[in-house]
Design a protein around this ligand. Structure first.
Ligand SMILES: [Zn+2]
Length: 180
């Protein structure tokens, strides 16, 4: 594969792990790994407000039947997913600046920007039994794969542009969240 799906997939994962240092849990530890509040009051307040946008967004997603995502449980992972894919995008765009030919190439009928997002989505291919979804809804700090993709990309204007989403369509955001 070319760079686009690689940066969307593995780049997004590397970005995800880095962002954990600055999610709702990681941010409570200092550079030496000690539990210590080292943030300014202003930054802490801003973080909490931005994170609340993610909590509200994911709380609306249905896992199975009448079970919704416990978005306070999944917050750290959801913040890491969004921050991670933004980092993957930035790294990819930086790399593409020195590869102008690949940066414009269509493959399989997809633009590089579309391939970036398709590559990201492919790690989350899964098919869970409803019983398992019920268990993971209360025990797993990760949101179901579907929302770890759709919930992330709907917050990125880059996605809306890549797939020419029109206002009113399901993947066109009404309100976007951004933490990092
Ligand atoms: Zn994680």
């Amino acid at each position: 594969m070319d760079d686009a799906p690689g940066y969307g997939n593995t780049g997004g994962t590397i970005g995800h792990e880095l962002t954990h240092a600055f999610d709702d849990e990681g941010r409570q530890f200092d550079a030496k790994g000690n539990l210590k509040d080292w943030w300014t009051k202003k930054d802490g307040k801003e973080f909490t407000e931005r994170a609340a946008c993610i909590v509200d967004q994911y709380a609306k997603y249905t896992v199975v039947d009448d079970v919704k995502i416990n978005s306070k449980l999944t917050l750290g992972e959801d913040v890491a997913d969004l921050g991670g894919l933004i980092l993957g995008w930035m790294a990819w765009k930086t790399q593409m600046a020195s590869m102008p030919q690949q940066a414009q190439q269509l493959r399989d009928g997809l633009t590089p920007e579309q391939r970036f997002f398709v590559g990201y989505a492919q790690w989350a291919c899964e098919n869970d039994r409803p019983e398992n979804l019920r268990v993971t809804a209360v025990t797993d700090p990760h949101s179901p794969g579907k929302y770890r993709v759709n919930g992330v990309v709907i917050n990125m204007p880059e996605f809306e542009k890549a797939f020419a989403c029109k206002p009113g369509q399901p993947m066109a955001a009404v309100k976007r969240c951004r933490v990092w």
